[in-house]
Design a protein around this ligand. Structure first.
Ligand code: G6P
Length: 608
């Protein structure tokens, strides 16, 4: 949540900060601001609303080569001009941007006394006030202040008395340094750095760095020096180009045949009809020792985990549960040696998922990560894992990353299955189906015009239900999630079997129900659920992978049918998921919503 960008060097800093904020806007977009050391004074401009509000407030160039910028997702204080970052101390010597939460803000305000006058309702402003009271150079002043803080932070500070110095610090909120030629940058994620440099350094929790055009130094909270190694980043600029499409979300949906291919690439082993996953750090003997699996994630990552649980359980016959990471970590979970823990996260920075990972590892559990963002905190802290290689996802609602999570689970299920009861012949069939997936997704994408018509037909609905059984249920959950996130149509998912235990009371002629109907043993039962809805006058949209037959009950009962290619347990969620992504996208579009940056949400939730 919240994005930080900082630059010091020879170039004019203003356009660099604005470009960085554009790339970070997905992290939060309720207000933005910048501070620049300009002619020995700190000049700050901030504005509620999106980046264009800030741009329109900046009258003319602000000269200077050192500055900080912030895009906010409000936690303390409403999204107003005053609460936007940067915050300054009363004498305007220091400006700070902060990502995270200061938990002991009341105690710190007490320390500052009654006479302190604040110009915002944020917890962050207190940091600027405390800095003004510290003697010594900026690096040690920041360290002194942070020693008083209980909470989380990614922090960047500028000081009018040290006009080309920036101090940044990290505890719980990501911060990455970018090393340029006679310039240094820092940002909450690589997307804001990759245009300037391919050399980066990840700060770890408890580290503070001083940046100047000549380079950087890093210390820990006990003042000891931390020697950090730079890593080389891949150039991922192409992912930040919408490629002529109206929205990132659309581009990310239609890119999926390619991104799925990237996730699969080099990982299908035809010779032994299994998957090759080099990053797991598990030997064949470890694989057969796994007695249970617990999958942890948040939002769409959790729903991908639920689908993954079904894949693994059905192929490997290992009991698997998927649980919301935040709930898991707070119930003092029992951690077992023979349980494999898997954390799933696109960003690799989601606070609750990271906290769950740390809780498991603290208790001695072995944790794998399914992560998209290379070098992210979760990727660095797990014992092994599978990178999704889906490329950066910019739109807030997850699409291509969600699908690549499913593929990572499919590969793991194949590997675990083949280390147990799945025969080489069945393994080959599963591999053939996985290879077919990009084409199957292309077939679904080709259905866009009819799905768009459906979205238009149902766009006035106040509420919608999504139902499915076993393998169909996580698909229903993600379908409802997509629709509510970006169209704001109230959408809930239920196991189809639960319909009659409550939700049926709400079914009327105005509540469309999307019924997920995989071509599996439960198909007749799911068709009965359609009957129950039709008997109450509810419109039914059938999403099915069953082929059409002459006396087709699905076509006879449903008001509308989305028929996708048949798929097995490993690829079903991906194929059907793409159809529901298109449905949500077109619903949002026809309602005129901001599809890439839906209200109240942020892409990377790095606070609790
Ligand atoms: C936020 C996003 C969701 C995402 C979830 C988990 O809530 O809006 O789209 O599924 O975080 O994110 P992660 O990066 O851990 O996959």
């Amino acid at each position: 949540m919240c994005g930080i960008i900082a630059y010091t060097g020879k170039q004019p800093v203003l356009p660099i900060l604005l470009d960085g904020l554009k790339r970070l806007e997905y992290r939060g977009y309720d207000s933005t601001g910048i501070s620049i050391v300009s002619r020995k004074k700190i000049k700050t401009v901030k504005a509620a609303g999106k980046l264009n509000m800030l741009e329109s407030k900046i009258n003319g160039p602000i000269t200077g080569g050192c500055g900080i910028g912030h895009t906010r997702w409000a936690t303390h204080g409403a999204p107003t001009d005053e609460n936007a970052h940067p915050h300054t101390d009363p004498s305007n010597r220091f400006a700070i941007v902060h990502n995270g939460i200061i938990e002991n803000v009341d105690a710190l305000k007490k320390l500052l006394g009654k006479e302190a006058v604040y110009s915002s309702q944020t917890d962050s402003e207190v940091l600027a006030h405390l800095l003004a009271l510290q003697p010594g150079d900026l690096l040690h002043a920041v360290r002194e202040v942070l020693a008083m803080v209980v909470g989380t932070y990614g922090l960047a500070v500028i000081d009018q008395q040290h006009p080309d110095t920036i101090v940044v610090a990290r505890n719980g909120s990501p911060l990455i340094l970018g090393i340029g030629e006679n310039e240094m940058l820092a940002a909450s994620d690589m997307s804001a750095l990759s245009r300037h440099t391919n050399q980066a350094v990840h700060l770890d929790d408890g580290e503070i760095a001083k940046l100047s055009p000549q380079g950087f130094e890093v210390i820990r909270m006990d003042s000891s020096v931390a020697n950090k190694e730079a890593i080389t980043l891949n150039n991922q600029n192409a992912n930040y180009d919408r490629g002529g499409h109206p929205h990132y979300l659309y581009k990310e949906i239609i890119d999926q045949p390619d991104t799925v291919q990237q996730t699969l690439s080099g990982r299908l082993d035809d010779r032994f009809s299994t998957a090759h996953l080099g990053g797991l750090n598990l030997e064949a003997r470890d694989l057969i020792g796994v007695k249970r699996i617990t999958i942890l994630g948040c939002g769409s990552a959790l729903y991908a985990g639920m689908a993954g649980a079904n894949m693994i359980e059905s192929l490997a016959r290992i009991p698997v549960t998927a649980e919301a990471a935040a709930e898991f970590r707070y119930r003092n979970p029992v951690i077992e040696q023979d349980t494999l823990y898997i954390v799933v996260s696109q960003s690799g920075e989601t606070f609750d998922t990271l906290a769950a990972l740390r809780e498991v590892r603290r208790k001695g559990g072995f944790v794998l990560g399914i992560v998209n963002s290379v070098g992210s905190t979760i990727a660095r802290e797990v014992d092994g894992g599978i990178y999704m290689h889906a490329g950066p996802e910019v739109s807030v609602a997850s699409t291509k990353a969600y699908t690549s999570m499913l593929i990572a689970f499919a590969l793991l299920a194949l590997l675990l299955g083949r280390s147990r009861d799945v025969s080489p012949q069945q393994g080959s069939r599963l591999i053939a189906d996985l290879k077919q997936l990009p084409d199957n997704i292309r077939s679904v994408l080709a259905m866009e015009p009819e799905i768009a018509k459906l979205a238009d037909k149902y766009k006035k609905s106040q509420s919608a239900f999504f139902i499915g059984r076993t393998n169909g249920f996580p698909i229903a959950l993600e379908g409802a999630q997509k629709l509510k996130e970006i169209s704001y149509i109230h959408a809930e998912a239920y196991p189809a079997s639960e319909l009659k235990h409550g939700p049926l009371a709400l079914v009327t002629g105005k509540t469309p129900c999307v019924v997920v109907l995989p071509n599996d043993d439960l198909l007749p039962k799911s068709i009965s659920s359609m009957e129950e809805i039709k008997a109450r006058g509810g419109p039914v949209i059938a999403l099915t992978s069953a082929a059409q037959t002459d006396e087709d009950r699905i076509d006879a009962l449903a008001d509308d049918v989305i028929r996708v290619p048949d798929a097995d347990v490993l690829t079903l969620s991906a194929v059907m998921g793409v159809a529901l992504q298109l449905f949500a996208y077109h619903s949002a579009l026809s309602l005129g919503r901001d599809v890439d940056q839906p209200r109240n949400l942020a892409k990377s939730v790095t606070v609790e």
